[in-house]
Design a binder for this molecule. Structure first.
Ligand SMILES: Cc1ncc(COP(=O)(O)O)c(C=O)c1O
Length: 372
């Protein structure tokens, strides 16, 4: 089976983790945490990094540090991974949805203004599958209305918008280092920002809201969202080769594009002229009428041929958990619904070579020929 993802570590990860084991520096107090924070935030082109236990906690910390609370609204895309919406809910604020746009599958920035109310405190763009969001319209809104921007860059390590890296496109950004991410620490996350106040707040909330002077007196609800030195050791080793990891993802996408571009009924992912797409996962859309089979049937047949795939996210307004809470009940997001129904991503792991991509592409062609 060719899985959708795989992990490729080298000697450096082993060496740095070994150092933690040998020295006993395994908790968040170890020096690799700071080194990893500096290395990754430096890569993004921002001053501060606050490592934490996963991407979801990074978004939560980002929102808390921006002061988001119960009375507020946060604008997020309808088409995203559920963690984006969860993190807003954790703060007590209300997630407000905008539809996706059909080219990049990111939030349709033209629809944001229509969703702004007096309660809107932040916009949370998500760089879906590694393609950056068109930020210019969001920057304009920020300037006019004094609304903060927190990027969900969980899937977009190294992606660029007009030459600026994801992580440096808003007031703060949240990254995930889950095992399937470009840089991984197994489980892990980071808030990055150029704003010292936000960085300090994120550190404070990450560590139980301990105060510096009177340690065991707490003024706020804090969280234990700390990252261990063991995870940071892996992350540090990974960041040292991040450029080659990103090049590999882009090479995988180039080969797939070449092989799939002429198959009728398959829409390949785009890279807008202002964007650097890091193709975290190589997603395609199936047009059932043209291809001859539904997305689910294509997935089933590919699985039978030894090729693992994933369907696209289910939009937020379709999530039973939110509907149960009375959220998004009469709302419609046709583009999000459409790409969610038609989208799948193909194996995109870092050990994927040309031979495997040829194998997968040939299977797709064979399935179309045989069953469509
Ligand atoms: C867009 C997006 N946001 C947030 C997350 C949450 O990250 P984590 O799984 O590290 O909590 C993910 C995770 O896969 C994601 O894809």
């Amino acid at each position: 089976m060719i899985y959708v993802n795989d992990v490729k570590f080298g000697k450096k990860e082993l060496e740095l983790v070994g150092r933690c084991v040998k020295t006993g520096w395994i908790s968040s107090e170890g020096s690799f945490v700071k080194e990893f924070e500096e290395a990754f935030s430096g890569f993004c082109g921002v001053k501060y990094g606050v490592a934490c236990m996963n991407g979801t906690s990074a978004i939560h910390l980002g929102l808390l540090s921006l002061g988001i609370a119960k009375q507020d609204e946060v604008i997020i895309p309808a088409f995203t991974m559920i963690a984006t919406a969860y993190a807003v809910i954790y703060t007590g604020a209300k997630p407000v949805l905008v539809d996706a746009e059909p080219r990049t599958w990111n939030m349709d920035t033209a629809q944001i203004r229509g969703k702004i109310t007096k309660k809107t405190k932040a916009i949370l763009p998500v760089h879906i599958y590694g393609h950056p969001v068109d930020m210019e319209p969001i920057w304009k809104i920020k300037k006019e209305k004094k609304i903060d921007i927190l990027e969900d860059a969980a899937e977009a390590h190294g992606a660029e918008y007009k030459g600026i890296k994801a992580g440096a496109l808003g007031d703060a950004a949240a990254f995930s280092f889950y095992a399937n991410k470009i840089v991984t620490t197994g489980e892990g996350g980071m808030v990055v920002t150029n704003n010292k106040r936000i960085a300090l707040a994120a550190r404070y909330f990450r560590n139980m809201a301990f105060q510096k002077k009177v340690r065991y007196l707490h003024k706020d609800i804090g969280f234990n969202y700390r990252m261990t030195n063991l995870q940071a050791a892996v992350g540090l080793a990974q960041v040292s080769k991040i450029e080659s990891l990103i090049d590999k993802k882009r090479r995988i996408a180039r080969i797939y594009n070449e092989r799939l571009k002429n198959i009728e009924g398959i829409e390949i992912p785009r890279e807008e002229k202002w964007a650097k797409n890091v193709y975290w996962m190589y997603g395609v859309l199936i047009d059932e009428k043209v291809f001859g089979l539904s997305r689910d049937k294509v997935r089933e047949k590919l699985y039978g041929e030894g090729v693992d795939t994933r369907s696209f996210f289910v939009p937020m307004h379709k999530q039973p958990v939110f509907r149960k809470m009375g959220l998004f009940l009469k709302e419609k997001y046709p583009v999000a619904e459409d790409i969610s129904r038609r989208g799948l991503y193909l194996p995109s792991g870092l050990t994927l070579d040309e031979k495997k991509i040829d194998f997968i592409s040939d299977k797709l062609k064979k399935i179309k020929k045989r069953y469509a």
